[in-house]
Design a protein around this ligand. Structure first.
Ligand code: ADP
Length: 457
């Protein structure tokens, strides 16, 4: 068995099965065997099962949230938010199952008709991370099942308990064995089994860019479809015409979500000269009011890092920035509570050559950079291998539109720090991956387009 530890105090939350190769293979076999019947079910029937699953989880959302707090460390308010966010995908795709429309195209031949139909891609697999243990699985499985695919999921071994609880509720809702399978064990071995099985026609992965590239190379062997949602290095740009108060509030909320352990977390905060010092002070003042603590309580708190490697990484980046001349405005060290807690930290006076500017921090750190002009900041924002999301605050409409065109990323948030919901396409460009999740674009990732020519009419 795999021990699952509470990052807030190191206590044992539960265990998950450490499956061997034969057990994983048997689960893949079930996923493949279930595909023909599931893909031929009426779309309405697939949607009804997803809807029933949605209702069962919603009725027990508090229990799901409590488990999420214990195995992930995020605070309860956020855990409830994550459950609702994830439920939004199940509800959305329960409805969307009925709308996988095809097309007709004016015929190029006499006495003929051209049809375009969309067919489920086949049995699929997914690998998900620990930072949103519920939502990541909900988003992938709901889309796959709605499209008529079956799916086997490997959740993160750091947070498998929420995942297995989701599976239990899926069975209760009547989603059959094989249609939704789950395995845990050695990530590398399971990854090799998913990518090495030619019957699996698609892999959806959310996690690090390094692992994403390994999986993409392995999937190339039999040209599996892929959705890759990888790392980010999000710029958050504040122009001097912006509402300083709105921008600071949105930044603090976006950054401290899940203690900064989020791929869309603002990772490089660029502030224009004229408001730079006031903005740094406003952010520090807001951050100083937020407690760092374990998450099972009513108010918003900054929780622990997921593991020792996580806190070591954050500490090293902050130490490096300080040594290179950066100014620590607030925090700057592990929290006095000890364990995996790191102080909410505001850094200023940074420059783009520092390691922190090129690394996904994954912690409660606000690295603030000064900029002068729009052209300069766009160029600096784009000087990253990543391209997931960019945020910008400005009241100048023309500039906002220019930014939306000039910034290289899959998502651009203008005057908002909030990104995700079921109805929008989530995803990145460059080393942040490819493919989109959510909205009607998400379902396109799980279907194949078939062109049918009906001639001789
Ligand atoms: P993170 O930094 O978010 O933990 P990872 O890419 O390491 O990112 O982990 C994301 C998911 O990928 C987890 O479920 C993890 O178990 C899995 N994983 C890690 N290494 C591999 C691998 N070599 N092959 C397949 N999956 C892996």
């Amino acid at each position: 068995m795999i021990d699952v530890l509470n990052p807030a105090d190191g206590s044992l939350v539960g265990t998950a099965p450490d499956l061997n190769v034969a057990q994983v293979k048997a689960a893949i076999d079930r996923t493949c065997a279930a595909f023909p019947a599931w893909s031929r079910k009426l779309a309405r029937e697939r949607g009804d099962l997803l809807r029933r699953w949605f209702e069962l989880i919603r009725a027990d959302r508090a229990a799901f949230a409590d488990l999420l707090v214990k195995e992930n460390g995020k605070c309860r308010v956020e855990a409830l938010g994550e459950i609702d966010y994830g439920l939004g995908f199940i509800e959305w795709y329960a409805e969307e199952a009925k709308r996988v429309y095809g097309d007709t195209i004016p015929s190029h031949a006499d006495n003929a008709q051209v049809l375009v139909v969309k067919e489920p891609a086949g049995p699929t697999a997914a690998i998900t991370p620990w930072n949103f243990p519920f939502m990541m699985i909900a988003r992938k499985i709901a889309t796959a099942l709605a499209a008529g695919c079956t799916m086997i999921i490997k959740p993160s071994e750091l947070t498998p308990l929420t995942a297995y609880k989701m599976l239990e509720y899926a069975r209760r809702a009547g989603i059959p064995e094989g249609v939704f399978e789950m395995v845990t064990g050695n990530p590398k071995e399971i990854g090799e089994q998913f990518t090495g099985d030619p019957r699996i026609r698609k892999l959806s992965f959310t996690g690090s860019t390094a692992v994403g590239k390994l999986l993409a190379a392995a999937c190339a062997r039999d040209l599996k479809k892929m959705t890759l949602e990888l790392g980010g290095n999000a710029p958050f740009i504040v122009f001097d015409d912006a509402s300083l108060e709105d921008a600071a509030t949105a930044l603090v909320a976006a950054k401290l979500r899940n203690s900064g352990q989020v791929c869309i977390s603002p990772n490089r905060i660029y502030v224009q000269d004229a408001i730079h010092d006031r903005f740094v002070a406003a952010v520090a003042e807001k951050v100083a009011r937020i407690r760092v603590d374990q998450g099972l309580q009513e108010d918003f708190v900054v929780g622990p890092m997921i593991n020792q490697a996580g806190i070591d990484k954050v500490a090293a980046l902050v130490d490096d920035a300080r040594a290179a001349g950066g100014q620590v405005v607030l925090g700057g060290e592990p929290h006095a509570k000890g364990g995996l807690f790191y102080s909410a930290t505001v850094l200023a006076g940074l420059d783009d050559s520092m390691r922190i500017a090129h690394t996904e921090i994954f912690g409660p750190v606000f690295p603030i950079y000064r900029f002068h002009t729009e052209d300069e900041v766009v160029q600096r924002a784009n000087a990253s291998e990543y391209g997931l999301v960019a945020y910008a605050y400005t009241r100048d409409l023309a500039r906002a539109f220019r930014l939306s065109r000039n910034i290289e990323s899959g998502m651009v948030m203008l005057n908002s720090g909030s990104v995700g919901t079921a109805s929008v396409p989530f995803g990145g460009v460059k080393h942040s991956g490819y493919g989109r999740e959510g909205s009607y674009y998400g379902i396109e990732e799980y279907v194949e387009v078939k062109y049918v020519l009906m001639a001789g009419l």
